[in-house]
Write a protein that binds this ligand. Structure first.
Ligand SMILES: Cc1cc2nc3c(=O)[nH]c(=O)nc-3n(C[C@H](O)[C@H](O)[C@H](O)COP(=O)(O)OP(=O)(O)OC[C@H]3O[C@@H](n4cnc5c(N)ncnc54)[C@H](O)[C@@H]3O)c2cc1C
Length: 834
């Protein structure tokens, strides 16, 4: 018995030391104490002098090894130096452009999730959504006005272009310069405000938001603001802020899409004439495509690789990617005709040039920034990717939910609002979850960017998860609307988003690439507590310095790995019961516990994956994609809990949070299971299985009743529905297709009891509801309905007919006349009229 207790104490001790990441000397001391207790009979209560036999000597061996390794000089000579050389060959090789990408941006809460022991307080210090009075006034003033004035159908179908009055309005009110500081004539709004403004416009018109989003995202404005010379700032920023310049940013070319860094666009450093004198510049040739706003741009931000064959700048030959500002009317700059991306109306087209002389002063940041373009782009992308597309995806998920739930309440089949049928409850519940979670993540991430973070891994998560989430909501919304969603026209409020969806999926890092390469494969290097330090140490030109840094990082890594292994196993066998919960987590403690446990599992599997696959990680994209899914589930669930707390834990929202938590943990589990089941090394696969799933996989998707509760909340007008769809543009005019939904839904809900009376009369055969009869009048004559009820039902009937109606056209109206001369439908039509 005493023997068992002794073994149990040893195991418990090992767990405690490993989980607390004890240093080597503590391990040595602990093992020494255990050996001493065993060899002296202390365990059995009969102390005696230790006997010196072979077993006794062998028992001290681990103590000697551990004690030896805890002496730095011994450890380095015996272990670290040989390992340092070996690991140099195994660790993923980092190219120069990857290095730039890795150095760009900041590490934030993603590192907490990689650590396996997230500090909840760090999450809580992210400010809740806050706007200044000026930002609020802009959101409720010019932004609402812009939303009211855009006619999405006319833009994307009739005119195939953004009307001049919309351009003038956005320029006049400074929409194009939201990120430009006040000092330079811009609005100087926070990332949170920009995100909310973009979202509100997106909820009205994907085309209109694009012309506002691009100047406020990765592009000349942001690059000049961050890296421009004083002259560039002074000249361009006020002009960009007022819309006197329309910018575009040209990076992508026919041969360089996702792999933009391998562009063939080149600029040779040379001398040439500019402004009447000879200056140093670059002679550039490029071919770019898909460039948003290019057909209308006056200023082109251009990325080219600069080569200085004659070493005129004195920095060697291949200087690397460089960003220049070229006026669109500069001789040799060619802006082509328009692409038609997904039938959208925002301007988009190719840009090219051959042997165009560009003075060196036009490099953003001047001569010293030649060759630093990739870093600049990655830096801005790290912030921009967290704002632009997540804001329009969140707005999309929210407006889809608002409009679809209204339609599902209004539209009846089988005498029942379709939203109350279980089959449709499933997609509606998904839409509720999506709208809540995406908005939660949008809000938290925008607050991080507002306080100065440029979270590169989180922004990748946000880009691919929010756009995928919106795609899911769109497909669900389409299914729920049936033919009403499919037939396009003035009253179709789904089609614009449906058409534009592939654009969001593709730009700013296409989703498959972002999921399978950027989020985990590069994210692991970024957010893992020790990996990048080890790589940097291995790449250090000074071997002794590198060795010392490697020693520190490696020892930390070993302690971290042991902690992850023992920690994950401990929390799995105890079902997360001891997971760390922050203060005052009333109502959400269980989700925090499970998140802690999940984070432990993620840290363990991620660490082992990186250690075992090393340089092969980048090619194992099915594994890295699943790990990206797992990491993103953790992040989204953290944001969901934070939103719930920031909103003051409204009682009704707890069902939605529970729905999201159940489903999020289940998806996390499936991502981990997929990773482990497909892990290519058998022994490691089994170790992962035993540690992560000692009793099998037991998370389940949210139970049906939770989905039912969530849908019930959104099918009824009120505070939950409003909160779920906050910050979007909501029309209350029956003359607007989405406003008509609002007005009709309110009437339908008010008329529910009366409708039931009428339905009963129809079922009983007292009145016949067919064309050519006045069934409401009949019911009134029979005394089934009173006068007020008749009025109400007639109104509901009239409104409902309008809601379910679809547009139809004269064949001549639907001819794609915009293609006839390649552009400008309005000019063609007015020419035809003349
Ligand atoms: C409407 C629109 C507007 C745009 N606006 C601009 C703009 O203003 N400025 C600009 O410079 N560019 C712009 N782009 C370009 C956009 O950024 C690129 O389309 C995008 O980077 C993808 O490149 P690609 O289309 O050539 O696809 P490809 O690079 O050919 O990719 C094809 C598929 O392969 C996947 N893939 C590629 N490499 C990998 C990998 N290593 N691992 C896993 N998957 C991978 C991608 O995810 C994608 O699914 C725009 C594009 C569109 C469609």
């Amino acid at each position: 018995m005493a023997g068992f207790v002794f073994i149990a104490v040893c195991i418990a001790g090992a767990f405690v030391l490993a989980m607390r990441r004890a240093p080597l000397w503590v391990w040595a001391a602990a093992v020494a104490a255990a050996v001493l207790a065993w060899r002296t009979g202390l365990v059995y209560g009969d102390w005696h002098e230790p006997t010196f036999n072979l077993l006794g000597l062998l028992a001290w061996l681990p103590v000697i090894v551990l004690a030896g390794l805890s002496v730095p000089a011994v450890r380095r000579a015996a272990l670290i130096r040989p390992l340092y050389h070996k690991i140099k060959g195994i660790l993923p090789r980092v190219s120069a452009t990857e290095q730039e990408a890795l150095n760009a941006g900041t590490i934030g809460f993603d590192a907490e999730l990689f650590s396996g022991q997230p500090d909840w307080e760090k999450l809580r210090t992210v400010p809740p959504i806050t706007l200044t009075e000026e930002e609020k006034a802009f959101l409720d003033g010019p932004t609402n006005e812009l939303c009211r004035m855009v006619n999405d159908w006319a833009i994307r179908h009739n005119d195939k272009e953004i009307p001049e009055e919309v351009w003038s309005f956005v320029k006049k009110h400074g929409f194009l310069g939201m990120l430009i500081s006040k000092e330079h004539g811009g609005l100087g709004f926070s990332a949170q405000a920009q995100s909310l403004i973009l979202g509100r416009i997106a909820s009205r018109s994907p085309d209109t938001v694009t012309i506002v989003m691009v100047p406020n995202s990765l592009g000349p404005g942001e690059l000049i603001e961050k890296y421009g010379t004083p002259e560039q700032k002074h000249h361009y920023l006020p002009r960009l802020a007022k819309g006197l310049e329309v910018p575009c940013f040209a990076l992508t070319g026919p041969t360089s899409g996702s792999d933009a860094a391998t562009m063939r666009d080149v600029g040779y450093v040379t001398k040439g004439r500019h402004g009447g004198k000879e200056v140093i510049g670059i002679r550039a040739s490029w071919e770019k495509r898909y460039i948003t706003l290019a057909p209308q741009a006056t200023l082109v931000g251009l990325a080219v690789r600069v080569i200085d064959t004659d070493n005129l700048l004195g920095r060697g030959e291949d200087l690397g990617i460089t960003v220049v500002l070229v006026p669109a009317d500069h001789p040799g700059v060619e802006i082509g005709r328009r692409h038609l991306p997904s039938g959208a109306a925002f301007p988009n087209g190719p840009v090219w040039g051959r042997d165009v002389f560009i003075p060196i002063d036009w490099v953003i940041g001047g001569e010293k920034m030649v060759g630093h373009g990739w870093r600049m782009l990655m830096e801005c992308l790290a912030a921009g990717r967290a704002i632009s597309l997540p804001s329009s995806s969140a707005a999309g998920a929210k407006s889809l939910l608002r409009n679809t739930s209204a339609y599902a309440r209004i539209r009846k089949q089988f005498d029942l609002p379709i939203g109350k049928m279980e089959g449709l409850e499933e997609p509606l519940a998904r839409m509720v979850e999506n709208a809540y979670v995406i908005e939660a993540a949008r809000g938290v991430t925008a607050s991080m960017v507002s306080r100065g973070e440029k979270p590169s891994v989180i922004s990748a998560i946000m880009k691919y998860r929010t756009t995928e989430g919106m795609r899911r909501s769109l497909n669900d919304a389409m299914d729920l609307h049936g033919g009403r969603g499919i037939c396009d026209g003035q009253t179709n409020y789904l089609m614009a988003a449906y058409q534009a969806m592939p654009v969001a999926i593709t730009v700013e890092g296409a989703n498959i690439l972002t999921r399978s390469l950027i989020t985990f494969a590069q994210g692991a290097l970024r957010s893992h507590p020790y990996l990048y330090k080890e790589i940097q140490a291995c790449q250090d030109a000074d071997e002794e310095r590198g060795l010392e840094a490697f020693d520190t990082a490696f020892c930390g890594h070993v302690a971290f790995s042991l902690s992850s292994l023992f920690g994950a196993f401990f929390h799995n066998v105890t079902f997360g019961l001891f997971g760390h919960v922050p203060d005052k987590a009333y109502g959400t403690a269980e989700w925090y516990r499970q998140l802690w446990r999940a984070s432990r599992n993620f840290a363990f599997v991620a660490d082992l994956t990186v250690a075992v696959l090393g340089g092969g990680l980048k090619t194992k994209q099915k594994l890295t994609g699943r790990l990206a899914d797992a990491l993103s589930e953790l992040y989204l669930l953290c944001c969901t809990l934070k939103r719930y707390e920031d909103d003051g834990k409204p009682a009704n929202d707890r069902h939605i949070v529970a729905l999201a938590a159940h489903n999020g943990l289940f998806r996390f589990q499936e991502a981990m299971r997929g990773t482990i089941d497909n892990f290519p090394v058998t022994a490691v696969r089994w170790l992962m299985r035993v540690v992560v799933f000692p009793f099998g996989a037991h998370y389940k998707p949210a139970p049906d009743w939770l989905g039912h509760k969530a849908v019930e909340l959104v099918l009824t007008p009120g505070e939950v529905r409003d909160r779920l769809t906050r910050f979007i543009y909501v029309s209350n005019s029956a003359d607007d297709p989405t406003g008509l939904l609002e007005v009709t839904m309110a009437k339908v809900v008010a008329a529910e009891a009366v409708e039931k009376k009428l339905d009963r009369a129809v079922r009983a055969g007292q009145v016949r509801r067919v064309h050519g009869t006045d069934w409401i009048g009949e019911a009134a004559k029979l005394g089934i309905l009173g006068d007020g009820e008749v009025l109400l039902l007639r109104e509901v009937e009239e409104l409902t007919q309008r809601v379910i109606a679809v547009d139809h056209f004269d064949p001549a109206e639907v001819k794609p006349h915009y293609m006839m001369a390649g552009h400008n439908a309005r000019a063609i039509r007015s020419a035809a009229a003349e």
